[in-house]
Design a binder for this molecule. Structure first.
Ligand SMILES: *[C@@H]1O[C@H](CO)[C@@H](O)[C@H](O)[C@H]1NC(C)=O
Length: 203
């Protein structure tokens, strides 16, 4: 019985690991590696320096650029970004976690939440997973107290019920991070710090 449970537990861990982080995170676009290109735009989403966002656009498709985002956040816990639709009814989230000491807890997820006048899902567990993860995981690292995760998605993913289209001009971007990943009940740990900032990702 115990052996059986162990088997189930270990295959579950393996399944979670493989779904959380794909084996190959080397994405080649236009003959360049997304992980080595220089991202020429930067903003400190947290003015106190705990959450920085670097980004750039790769025009594989002329009208629908690939938005390459790199998050540098001062935690080994989970972190998130939120894009908000202009009518304030949809929150589109990226959730990531990379703790090199607990690889089985790591994830990168595409989530969404119905908002009412921009409000809703203010808890770590609030947003639900999208039917499809439209983010590509490019690279991840933990260094000098910061998690670094580089991701990419099309400005318009085509999943418009769950993803906000990244449009030219100012957009409200939400950010949050936690000191941990999961608590003893297997739920995401509470938010340590969060905020909002208006950023022009596409001129
Ligand atoms: C960043 O700027 C450099 C120098 O102008 C340029 O070579 C590079 O292609 C830019 N990066 C992207 C992703 O466009």
């Amino acid at each position: 019985m115990t052996k059986m449970l162990l088997l189930i537990a270990s295959s579950l861990v393996m399944a979670i690991c493989s779904s959380a982080f794909p084996a190959s995170h080397h994405q080649q676009i236009n003959g360049r590696y997304l992980e080595t290109i220089v991202l020429n735009n930067t903003v400190d989403l947290d003015p106190e320096g705990t959450f920085r966002l670097d980004w750039d656009l790769v025009y594989e498709i002329p009208t629908n650029p690939l938005v390459v985002l790199e998050i540098q956040v001062q935690t080994s816990g989970w972190f998130s970004l939120r894009f908000t639709s202009t009518d304030l009814t949809l929150g589109d989230y990226f959730y990531g976690a990379y703790d090199p000491n607990k690889p089985s807890d790591n994830f990168f997820l595409d989530k969404h939440c119905q908002l009412f006048e921009g409000i809703g899902c203010e808890t770590p567990e609030g947003p639900r997973e999208d039917i499809r993860n439209d983010f590509q995981l490019v690279s991840f690292e933990f260094k000098s107290g910061y998690s670094m995760m580089r991701i990419a998605r099309l400005a318009d993913t085509g999943n418009n019920l769950q993803d906000v289209v990244i449009t030219p001009g100012p957009m409200m971007i939400g950010w949050a991070w936690s000191a941990g990943i999961y608590n003893e009940f297997g739920l995401l740990t509470l938010i340590e710090k969060f905020g909002f900032q208006t950023v022009t990702l596409i001129e």
